[in-house]
Design a protein around this ligand. Structure first.
Ligand SMILES: [Zn+2]
Ligand SMILES: [Zn+2]
Ligand SMILES: [Zn+2]
Length: 758
C-alpha cells in the first residue's frame, strides 16, 4: 500500500558550504527517490524533501552519517510541512544570493554511469567520456557562462540523435547534461608516439600493455596530463624519476578501489570516505609494511599518496592494470602541469614513451588535490581539482578583491559579497610559465564568476612576481604581511571576527622590518596585527643556499651556541663543510655576510633534521622536515627538551637550550627517533608557553594555527592538544591549506576589511 507523500523542511548549520554539500544532498535525494530542493542560506543549508515517510527518515539520518568528509554539522532541525506535490529534486539559487552564478567543480563518474561503463550491453560500454547530469567534467571544460554546451570545450561535438533524445528528455539522467556524448558523436582516445605519430590499434588496450611492460605513459586527464607507470616496477619508477629529474619527491598513485589501496596503506574509515568522495583527491596514508610498491615511489617518507579514479578513463586504466599506477603530474619540476596537446607532447616527449590522449580540449588546467588527516580531521595540502571553484564563506560581505597569494604554491582568491572563490593550484611562481598561468587564471576566473575586483591584495615582498603582477594592474593595491595573511586565512575560513592570537609557524615570509619571518606569534584581526613574539632568529648562511642545504642551518644553530668554536664541536654534521672552507663559513656567520637573520620555524626544523643526520640537502621543498616528522613518528613517549622565553622587544622563544640538549643526546647515542620526537614536543611546549603569556597580556583565548609547518601532522596534533588542554580555543584549517596555498584567502579578507574601514 502506497502511503500519501510527506514533506519535511530541514535546516542544517555548520561547515556545510564549500564542502560539496549541495551535490551530496542532490545525489542522496535522488538515490532515495525524494523530490524537493536544496539551497545555501546565510546560516547553512536548507532542504525540503518530499516522498515516502520511511525514505524521508532515512534521508534525515543519512544527511548526518554520510555527509562529505569536509562538512561539520553543528545542528540539524527537521520538521514536517504540507506536501506540495512537486517532482524532481533541484539545487536552487542561494537565499541570500549576491548575484552571479557559481561554477561546478569537476566531478567523478557517478555510480549509474560507472555501471554503464562496464556493461557490455550498454552503448557507452568502455567509453571514456561517459557522463550525465550528476557527474563529469565541469570547471576544466567551461570556457564562458552561462554553462551551456557552446560555452564548453564540447562545443565542437554535435550530439547524435540518441544523445540528443536523452538531452531533451526531462525524465532522463542526461537531461541537459552539457558534456553528454557517446562513441558515435563524442571525443575519442588516441595513442601517440612522442613524435606525435599515431599508433594504430585500440589505444586503451595498447596503453595498458605498455604499462604492464614498464613503459611510461602520459595520460590526458580532466585537468591536465599525468605520467603513469606501474608502481610495483622498480626499474620503471626509477626511469620515471630520472627522466622527470625529480629526485625524491613522492609520487602519487592511482588505485582501482579501496581494497587495492588497503593492500598498500593503512586506510581508516574517514580516509576511505575522502578517497571515495566525488572530488577524488589524493589522500596521504601511512605505508603498510610489506607492500609490493617500489620504494622509489615515496622514498624516505612514511606515507603513500593514493587517489581513486576521478574520470572514466582512469577507471578503465586502473581496473585494466589491476595494480597501483604511479599517476604524477605531467610537468617538468617547477613548471605547471601540461594540459594542451601540442605543449604536452613538447614538454613530456623526453619523459613519456607513449601518449594516451583525446580530442576533448582542457580549457582550465587543475592539478590533483591533496589531503591528509590529523586528529581525525581532513587537512588540505593542496586544494585544487574537485574543490575548485567552490566558494568559502567569509565572515562578512566586503568589496570585491583579487588576492594574488605569495610565491610558493600560488593560488588566487576572488571575492564577491561574502563569498571567496579560491583558484586551482597554480604552482611556484619562480618562472615565466607559472606567472603566465597565474595571469590566465586571474582573467578566466574573473570572467567565469563575473567579478570585477575593486582592489587587489598582494604579499609585502617587493620581489615576488605576484607582487609585480598585482601592482601593475592599476587597481588600488593593498600589501599584506605574509603571516598576517596566514592568520586571517585561518580566521576567515572559521568565520572568526574580532581579535585572536595567531600562531604562525612557517618557512619564509617578508616581515614588516624587512627581515625574514617564520616563527610568529601575532595578535590582531583582519584590520591590524602586532608581532608579540617570535622564534629567536638564526643566520641563514648563504641565503637561499641554506634553504636547499639544511646542514647550513644546523651549523648556524650550533654557531649560536658556540660562536667561533663552532668547528671544535662533535656533531657529525660539521663534516659537511670541508676544512679549507671553514674559515670562510665562520666569517659569513660572524659578519652576517650573505647570511640574513630569520625567525623561520621551517628553518629550525631543517637545522634539527640535519643535526641528527636525517637530511643535509633537499631535492624538494620541506623534505628535511617531512623526513624528520617520519622519524619522530617512530619515537617513543619522551619529555620535551628545555627551551627559553626571553623578554626583549616582545617575547623571543629561543631553542638554543634544546639544540644543546640534542647534541648531548647525540653524543650519548640516544635513539634518533626519540630525539626527533622530543624536538617536536619541545616546539609544541614552547608554543604553549608563549600563548599563555599572550593570554595574560591580552585576555584572548582564541588561537589560530596557520603556516606551512602545520602540514606536519605530529606537530599540529601536539600543539592543538596542549593548547586545548589549557583552555584555549584552537582553530585550524579545514577548507584551505595551512601552507601558502591558503594565503590568498587571508589577503582577500584583510584587504576587504581595510577597505570597508576606509
Ligand atoms: Zn553520471
Ligand atoms: Zn552520441
Ligand atoms: Zn607562508
Amino acid at each position: 500500500m502506497q502511503s500519501a507523500p510527506e514533506r519535511a523542511a530541514i535546516e542544517i548549520g555548520g561547515i556545510v558550504q564549500g564542502v560539496g554539500f549541495r551535490p551530496f544532498v542532490y545525489r542522496l535525494a535522488n538515490r532515495l527517490g525524494l523530490s524537493g530542493w536544496v539551497r545555501n542560506t546565510g546560516e547553512g543549508v536548507q532542504i525540503e524533501v518530499e516522498g515516502d515517510a520511511a525514505a524521508i527518515e532515512e534521508f534525515r539520518l543519512a544527511v548526518r552519517d554520510e555527509a562529505p568528509p569536509l562538512a561539520v554539522i553543528y545542528q540539524l532541525r527537521a520538521q514536517p510541512i504540507p506536501a506540495a506535490g512537486a517532482t524532481g529534486f533541484a539545487i536552487v539559487e542561494s537565499a541570500r544570493s549576491t548575484a552571479g552564478g557559481e561554477v561546478s567543480p569537476d566531478c567523478d563518474v557517478c555510480d549509474d554511469c560507472l555501471a554503464e561503463l562496464f556493461d557490455p550491453d550498454n552503448r557507452r560500454h568502455g567509453y571514456p567520456f561517459i557522463n550525465c547530469t550528476n557527474c563529469g567534467p565541469r570547471y576544466s571544460i567551461i570556457t564562458g557562462i552561462p554553462y551551456d554546451r557552446p560555452a564548453t570545450t564540447m562545443a565542437g561535438f554535435a550530439m547524435c540523435d540518441d544523445c540528443l533524445a536523452e538531452y531533451h528528455d526531462p525524465g532522463n539522467r542526461r537531461f541537459h547534461a552539457q558534456p553528454n556524448a557517446c562513441p558515435v558523436c563524442g571525443p575519442h582516445l588516441s595513442l601517440l608516439e612522442p613524435s606525435g605519430a599515431p599508433v594504430c590499434g585500440d589505444a586503451l588496450k595498447l596503453a595498458l600493455e605498455a604499462l604492464s611492460q614498464g613503459k611510461i605513459v602520459a595520460v590526458k586527464g580532466v585537468g591536465g596530463y599525468h605520467l603513469a607507470v606501474d608502481a610495483g616496477n622498480q626499474a620503471a619508477v626509477e626511469r620515471l624519476r630520472q627522466r622527470k629529474r625529480r629526485d625524491e619527491k613522492p609520487f602519487a598513485m592511482l588505485a582501482a578501489d579501496l581494497e587495492m589501496v588497503r593492500r598498500h596503506a593503512h586506510c581508516s574509515e574517514l580516509e576511505g570516505r575522502l578517497l571515495l568522495g566525488v572530488e577524488r583527491p589524493i589522500v596521504l596514508m601511512r605505508k603498510l609494511a610489506g607492500s609490493s610498491i617500489s620504494d622509489l615511489v615515496a622514498p624516505g617518507n612514511g606515507w603513500f599518496g593514493f587517489m581513486l579514479p576521478g574520470n572514466p578513463l582512469q577507471h578503465l586504466l586502473a581496473r585494466g592494470h589491476g595494480a597501483p599506477l604511479v599517476m604524477t603530474s605531467g610537468n617538468l619540476s617547477d613548471e605547471p602541469i601540461a594540459y594542451r596537446d601540442g605543449e604536452a607532447l613538447e614538454m613530456l616527449s623526453g619523459i613519456a614513451d607513449l601518449f594516451l590522449t583525446h580530442d576533448r580540449e582542457i580549457h582550465t588546467r587543475t592539478d590533483d588535490s591533496v589531503l591528509r588527516l590529523y586528529r581525525g580531521e581532513p587537512l588540505f595540502l593542496r586544494r585544487s581539482r574537485g574543490y575548485v571553484p567552490r566558494a568559502v564563506q567569509l565572515p562578512a560581505e566586503q568589496a570585491s578583491v583579487l588576492a594574488v597569494g605569495g610565491e610558493l604554491k600560488a593560488t588566487l582568491c576572488l571575492t564577491r559579497g561574502d563569498r571567496a572563490f579560491m583558484s586551482q593550484h597554480i604552482g611556484d611562481l619562480k618562472n615565466a610559465a607559472t606567472l603566465a598561468s597565474l595571469e590566465q587564471s586571474a582573467s578566466d576566473l574573473q570572467s567565469l564568476l563575473e567579478i570585477t575586483p575593486a582592489l587587489v591584495a598582494h604579499d609585502l615582498h617587493p620581489d615576488y612576481l605576484s607582487t609585480h603582477y598585482a601592482t601593475a594592474l592599476g587597481l588600488p593595491a593593498v600589501g599584506v604581511q605574509h603571516h598576517h595573511a596566514h592568520m586571517a586565512s585561518c580566521m576567515a575560513e572559521n568565520g572568526l571576527e574580532g581579535e585572536v592570537i595567531g600562531v604562525i609557524l612557517d618557512g619564509t615570509g617578508y616581515g614588516t622590518d624587512g627581515t625574514t619571518w617564520g616563527g610568529e606569534f601575532l595578535v590582531g584581526g583582519y584590520s591590524r596585527f602586532e608581532r608579540h613574539a617570535h622564534f629567536a632568529p638564526l643566520r641563514l648562511p648563504g641565503g637561499d643556499a641554506a634553504v636547499k642545504e639544511p646542514y647550513r642551518m644546523a651549523l648556524s644553530a650550533l654557531y649560536s651556541l658556540h660562536g667561533d668554536r663552532l668547528f671544535d664541536q662533535p656533531p657529525a654534521v660539521l663534516s659537511e663543510v670541508a676544512q679549507a672552507d671553514r674559515p670562510l663559513f665562520l666569517k659569513m656567520l660572524e659578519k652576517g655576510i650573505n647570511s640574513p637573520l630569520t625567525s623561520s620555524c621551517g628553518r629550525l626544523f631543517d637545522a634539527v633534521s640535519a643535526l641528527i643526520g636525517v637530511r643535509s640537502r633537499i631535492s624538494y621543498e620541506g623534505q628535511a622536515a617531512i623526513e624528520l616528522e617520519a622519524l619522530a613518528e617512530q619515537g617513543g613517549e619522551v619529555e620535551p627538551y628545555p627551551c627559553q622565553v626571553r623578554e626583549e622587544w616582545g617575547h623571543v622563544l629561543d631553542f638554543a637550550p634544546a639544540i644543546a640538549a640534542i647534541c648531548a643526546d647525540l653524543a650519548r647515542g640516544r635513539s634518533r627517533a626519540d630525539i626527533a620526537r622530543a624536538f617536536h614536543r619541545t616546539v609544541a611546549r614552547g608554543v604553549l608557553d608563549v600563548c599563555r603569556r599572550l593570554r595574560e597580556e591580552t585576555g584572548y583565548v582564541r588561537v589560530v594555527l596557520s603556516g606551512g609547518v602545520f602540514q606536519n601532522r605530529l606537530l599540529t596534533e601536539e600543539v592543538a592538544e596542549l593548547l586545548a588542554g589549557d583552555a584555549f580555543q584552537v582553530y585550524c584549517h579545514r577548507l584551505v591549506p595551512p601552507n601558502d596555498g591558503g594565503l590568498a584567502l587571508g589577503q582577500a579578507a584583510i584587504a576587504g576589511t581595510m577597505q570597508a574601514r576606509g
